[in-house]
Write a protein that binds this ligand. Structure first.
Ligand SMILES: [Ca+2]
Ligand SMILES: [Ca+2]
Length: 370
């Protein structure tokens, strides 16, 4: 994931320190102001980190946190489903240097699985992914809409979801009656040069798409289908431009099954290489380790009943594909969903926490990965 310097600030962020707890208020007011309130850094529970790595919990109380995206000025956008079980309160918050504030509010939300026979609905979904563009806009998936209706929203500054300019949606692309179109849009990245966004879709199991969105025309279109090329592993989760001509995509495969895969796609949507990921069950987040050709990959170890212990792996890709080398750097993460490196060199990881749908998610920052 992402972005060069010269980001035009479209929102004024105002810090006003007061006695304890640093309450912040906008001095100029008006649309586009973001109120940031200082938060306390907390020690993390044991994440099972290998020697040499340390972690801090920078934010908690999040409901099902998802995508993370750093702007070049150090602002971190954090997508989550909104607190509690009410609908329509999906949110993107901004965190910077220990302070946090609401950036875009009132996203539609839905539940991934609707409970039957009196069982509660499970896994609230709001905005799932985001990316900052060179011109300062923030692109966010409106993933609380249904499959086939989801769009990418583009924002010039802070506000509500209704203020965003929407792309088109992508409907069914197969004859499968279960194919409602693309949804759960997640795993954003920006192409080299910034003209396009890449994003992972989830349509029917018979048809898996990586999509691309033109950031000027706001045109969302299919880019690469694993199924069209005999790749049976589904659930693309994260995109990552790898060089000028190719893009890596991380696939988590079936829940709880050790079948994760990274596919390198050419610009024409044909696969160039692929790597299996031994020891990782459901990898969902991936970021390039700065200054290296290795990847940090977080393994959610997905289960729809409970949050399971997840992992952080360092992944090395052998030329031409095959089995990736995976070194486990942490074995007791709490349902990690996504990760990205900050300008401080730390790996920021969104975790579901001890329980999903319960405002118990958090973001941790892990130091020492080199
Ligand atoms: Ca959705
Ligand atoms: Ca899997």
């Amino acid at each position: 994931m992402r972005q060069p310097l010269a980001l035009a600030l479209t929102a004024s962020i105002v810090f006003t320190a007061s006695a304890c707890g640093v309450k912040v208020s906008p001095t100029s007011g008006g649309a586009g102001s973001v109120i940031l309130t200082a938060t306390s850094i907390k020690p993390v529970q044991n994440l099972g980190l290998v020697a040499g790595l340390t972690a801090e919990r920078i934010l908690d109380g999040l409901n099902n946190p998802a995508g993370l995206a750093f702007a070049s000025d150090g602002r971190l956008a954090i997508c989550s489903a909104g607190t509690g079980r009410e609908n329509g309160n999906g949110i993107v918050q901004i965190w910077q240097d220990g302070s946090v504030g609401d950036y875009i509010t009132a996203f539609p939300t839905e539940y991934w699985k609707v409970g039957k026979d009196g069982a509660p609905d499970r896994f609230k979904v709001g905005p799932l992914g985001a990316a900052w563009l060179d011109d300062g806009r923030l692109a966010v998936s409106n993933a609380g809409l249904g499959d086939g209706a989801e769009t990418i929203l583009f924002f010039d500054g802070s506000g509500t979801a209704a203020d965003g300019s929407a792309s088109n949606s992508v409907g069914p692309t197969s004859d499968d009656a279960a194919d409602k179109g693309e949804g759960n849009l997640t795993g954003f990245s920006v192409s080299p040069g910034g003209a396009r966004i890449f994003v992972c879709g989830q349509g029917a199991d018979a048809k898996t798409w990586v999509l691309t969105c033109d950031v000027e025309e706001l045109e969302l279109a299919t880019f690469a289908s694993a199924d069209d090329h005999g790749i049976a592993i589904n659930s693309p989760m994260q995109t990552l431009p790898w060089d000028d001509d190719t893009i890596l995509v991380l696939y988590s495969g079936a829940g709880g099954v050790e079948d994760g895969l990274i596919v390198q796609w050419n610009a024409d949507g044909t696969p160039k290489a692929q790597w299996t990921l031994p020891r990782l069950a459901d990898p969902m987040g991936m970021a390039r380790i700065p200054g290296t050709s290795d990847l940090a990959v977080v393994d959610n170890n997905w289960n729809l009943e409970r949050v399971q212990s997840g992992q952080l792996g360092r992944v090395s890709l052998a030329p031409g594909g095959g089995e990736a080398r995976v070194k486990i750097l942490a074995h007791a993460l709490r349902g990690p969903v996504s990760c990205t490196f900050g300008p401080d060199g730390r790996l920021y990881v969104a975790q579901l926490g001890p329980e999903f749908d319960a405002d118990k998610g958090n973001v941790v920052a892990i130091s020492g990965i080199q």
